[in-house]
Write a protein that binds this ligand. Sequence first.
Ligand code: G6P
Length: 369
Amino acid sequence: ASLELGPYSHFMQKEIHEQPRAVADTIEGVIDAGEFSAELFGPDAAEVLEGIEGVLILACGTSYYAGMTARYWIEGIAGLPCSVEIASEYRYRDAVANPKTLVVTLSQSGETLDTMEALKYAKSLGQERTLSICNVPESAIPRASRLVYYTRAGAEIGVASTKAFTTQLVALFTLTATLAKLQGRLDEAGEADYIDALRRLPGSVQHALNLEPQITAWSEHFAPKEHALFLGRGVHYPIALEGALKLKEISYIHAEAYPAGELKHGPLALVTDEMPVVVIAPNDSLLEKVKSNMQEVRARGGQLFVFTDADSNFHPSEGVHVIRAARHVGVLSPIIHTIPVQLLAYHVALVRGTDVDKPRNLAKSVTVE
Ligand code: G6P
């Protein structure tokens, strides 16, 4: 291993383990200020964010899934309509524009061509209120945006994005809370609670990383398989999507994610004892629904691999494997539940012997169409 890798075997593993630090660095400005304020997004921000009527998020790949997660927050907490679009689709369709929409682009590299072109198209439709959430200072997309929030993940080398995703989520949560405050939907006590939750987040991420030995043990079940299914509901559905994307990118196992409530409308036909089913089942208001979706899988002989929280009163049984994170962390839960799906993909790829940091056919940053 090179000096840069330290004790790690791959950049992906190193970057997964850097997440407590990356998250802490990304929220440093908010924690120091002790409040959510427009200034976090640039000197111009109060003016740009004032009076917005909705949010449009544009991104590709893993960044798109961060956007999908944020939609649950922005509508649920800030009360603003939010749509999320794949940049390569948005740029070529006849979209209806509202000049009072905040257009948010998400890009680790800041150089993804489709995202850049989608931003230009959004602007050409008269949408001038633009915010870039980006990990690379002074790259093309932030330069073309009025507001910028830099994630401080540090250089990400592994092609499969990990710490860029969790830091994007942190930035998006900060945006959500700031918008909620501007919308008059966040009082002082609520704000203090969110700041406190952010302050505790790096520790909770570290706790999730400590699940690695248990996840390594699971990887043997997945490595011989050619297909896997990931299920989640609500704000954890995009985390299931991200888990499936990670697994297919680096282990080349065909993986699909579904909102668990959609199981009965198709994917249930695929479930046999040859199909491992990963379920993201935190202790939230949807847990009972997820449990009944899991029964549907068990009844067809499917093997369940469940990520849940310590306080969820959920126990392993025949064909049901369970790994518990710490206590449910509330609104930031999708960030915590990202860690185990990253580790699962990494360890399955190790068993299969693939080139983890440079998966075939993929590039870190796609600057061509
Ligand atoms: C490529 C990378 C992905 C990344 C996507 C978007 O496909 O392999 O990991 O999510 O581009 O990249 P961006 O830099 O815009 O976030």
